[in-house]
Design a protein. Structure first.
Length: 211
């Protein structure tokens, strides 16, 4: 499979690239700075350098892909529009290139379907105040993805950690995973790659958390 990965130098995106290559996929990693992608050059890795707001560059990066993964993220709690700005470029580029499969990483923190009362009314409102800018950006991105006409999946992880890949995680479709509040970035990358090829997850929210 040929995958295009946006956010390839981020904590999750880099692991998506590494795991995809290890699984035998061809990967186009879209980065702003090649030096920040600590993955050795190899035959199946293609690196596209440029901002995600560069429409011609994004079109070139997605052309010929079987699927696109958006693992972009912001590094602070201040105002940001990186996710929605990227979606406004990636989605039309995919339509123009005839690429239909899109998997985006968002966050479980502002989704409450299936949550218990304590999490819904206690934990997540507090979290939402602290991360209001990034959550607003992700929510706007999700709106574009849902209306895209593409075969999308929105992956919803809780708090991310830097632990090892375990190969095990809990999941739920169109509702929250209850009783688990973190996942390693390595297991999240695993879940993202599984979602790419799972037809049951098309047009669905895929919540994941540590087992």
């Amino acid at each position: 499979m040929e995958l295009t990965v946006f956010g390839a130098t981020g904590g999750t995106g880099r692991l998506v690239v590494e795991q995809a290559l290890a699984a035998g996929h061809d990967v186009t990693a879209v980065v702003r700075d090649r030096a920040r992608l600590p993955v050795p050059d190899q035959e199946r890795l293609h690196v596209a350098v440029g901002p995600v707001t560069d429409r011609p560059a994004v079109l070139a990066a997605v052309t010929g892909a079987n699927a696109v993964v958006d693992a972009l993220g912001a590094n602070d709690t201040g105002p940001t529009s990186i996710r929605v700005d990227a979606a406004r470029v990636i989605v039309p580029a995919m339509r123009e290139a005839g690429v239909t499969r899109l998997v985006v990483v968002s966050a479980a923190g502002f989704h409450t379907t299936g949550d218990g009362p304590f999490v819904r009314w206690g934990v997540k409102p507090v979290l939402g105040r602290f991360l209001r800018h990034s959550f607003a950006d992700m929510a706007a991105m999700e709106k574009i993805v849902r209306a895209s006409g593409l075969d999308w999946t929105i992956v919803l992880p809780p708090r991310l950690t830097n632990g090892p890949r375990t190969g095990r995680f809990r999941s739920a479709v169109d509702r929250s995973v209850r009783g688990s509040f973190s996942i390693t970035r390595a297991d999240l990358a695993d879940a993202v790659l599984q979602a790419v090829t799972d037809d049951r997850l098309r047009h669905a929210e895929f919540s994941v958390a540590a087992a």
